[in-house]
Ligand binder design. Structure first.
Ligand SMILES: *Cc1c(COP(=O)(O)O)cnc(C)c1O
Length: 397
């Protein structure tokens, strides 16, 4: 049998393939350069234009662009009125920012386990965790797959909860034919380089509610307003008031120009991601005893931010760590998304105990993220498939 690179064999690739990467072209560079030569570097016309472009794309009324996705979640929690003592339902299978934003506001994240098929928060397990202190739900469209929004909306209506959808993975994804972003009270996007489009750092909150929009805008700029309807009184044309404690979460005009340019390519990015996923799914069919490819629910049309395979470890002579290391040695940039949030020492110190969400914990033991980004060539895709097959042949039972 062919030696694995980790055992001194020749790696499938001689250059490293990362799990995710931005797609920047000359048009993007041209547009950014133009902004640098103009009058506005930070808040200027490109911010509004980018907000309008994304809002229109997802079919919503308002958008507030901020400096990153985490700030967007914090801003949304502020707008939702999360305060000391409030409880917010979250999923453990996500990046820590999805629940850190609750802590920023003094609230308490309440973890609800995932559905073992979709890996998204299990809507049927939400209600048993609702108390009279529950204020909101932060569902995550994990990997780009939509959460079961009808079920979540139904629960939210019944218990008077605000839905803050963490759609960091899901710009361009759909739920029952509708673009993700307009179906919750607020939805958050991230424009980090590995996400569906990028502004380097960047984030946005989408809403259809004018009141929420005002609070989001306020929080982004120190809690300062020039809106006469919100001020206590008026002293002259220079006058503004700080009426709440906000932050400086503004994004630059440079980044928003890049964002608008990236939006022109979003559909082609999503198309390429879907193509790659189809090749993966097809080629991995012969390994179905060893690995489980992603399941997609009938209501979802994913833009595939990441591609996760689950290893059936009973069929392997080694553990996930050895499989991870062997694939890295083949120059395949596998990753693990994610460590269940409450496993982190900070959360353990807050009193969360391992065993809280058994399905998320089980998935964590078995999962690997394979490279997936629009600029991957068919050869790159082949390299990933051949590496996985090589490692499965070697370590499989
Ligand atoms: C990336 C990400 C965020 C935060 O985005 P940043 O722009 O990096 O701050 C939040 N939630 C999830 C699920 C993410 O993947």
């Amino acid at each position: 049998m062919e030696q694995l690179a980790i055992n001194g064999g020749i790696p499938v690739r001689n250059t490293y393939l990362s799990y995710g990467k931005q797609s920047i072209d000359d048009k993007d560079i041209e547009i950014v350069t133009k902004v640098l030569k103009g009058d506005y570097l930070t808040t200027g016309p490109n911010v509004k234009a980018f907000e309008e472009k994304v809002a229109k794309y997802v079919g919503a009324k308002y958008a507030v662009a901020v400096c990153n996705g985490t700030a967007a979640l914090h801003t949304a929690c502020f707008a939702a009125g999360i305060k000391e003592g409030d409880e917010v339902i979250v999923t453990p299978m996500t990046f820590a920012a999805s629940s850190n934003c609750v802590l920023y506001c003094g609230g308490k994240p309440i973890f609800v386990d995932i559905d073992p098929k979709t890996y998204n928060i299990d809507p049927d397990k939400i209600e048993e965790k609702i108390t009279d202190r529950t204020k909101a739900i932060i569902p995550v469209d994990f990997t780009g797959q939509s959460v079961h929004m009808d079920k979540i909306r139904c629960i939210a209506e019944k218990h008077n909860l605000i839905i803050i959808e963490d759609a960091a993975h899901a710009l361009g994804s759909e739920y029952k034919g509708n673009k993700i972003g307009s179906l919750a009270h607020m939805a958050e996007f991230s424009f980090h380089p590995v996400k569906p489009i990028t502004t380097a750092e960047g984030g946005m909150i989408i809403t259809n509610d004018e009141k929420l929009y005002e609070r989001l805008s306020l929080f982004r700029t120190h809690g300062i307003t020039r809106n006469k309807a919100l001020m206590s009184h008026e002293e002259g044309p220079w006058y503004y008031e700080q009426i709440d404690l906000g932050y400086n979460y503004r994004i630059t005009d440079i980044q928003c120009a890049l964002g608008s340019s990236q939006m022109n390519k979003l559909d082609s990015f999503v198309k390429r991601r879907r193509e790659i996923v189809q090749i993966y799914n097809e080629d991995f069919k012969e390994l179905s005893d060893y690995i489980t490819t992603p399941y997609e629910a009938e209501y979802s049309n994913s833009g595939w931010h990441i591609y996760i395979v689950k290893f059936n470890l009973d069929k392997f002579k080694v553990g996930r760590k050895e499989i991870f290391e062997a694939l890295q040695a083949e120059n395949i940039g596998v990753n693990v998304h994610y460590i269940p949030v409450y496993f982190h020492p900070y959360y353990q110190k807050l009193g969360y105990k391992k065993g809280l969400c058994p399905e998320a914990e089980k998935l964590y033991e078995q999962m690997l993220t394979l490279p997936l980004f629009p600029k991957m060539s068919n050869n790159d895709v082949e390299d990933v498939i051949n590496s996985v097959k090589k490692v499965v042949m070697y370590y499989g039972k």
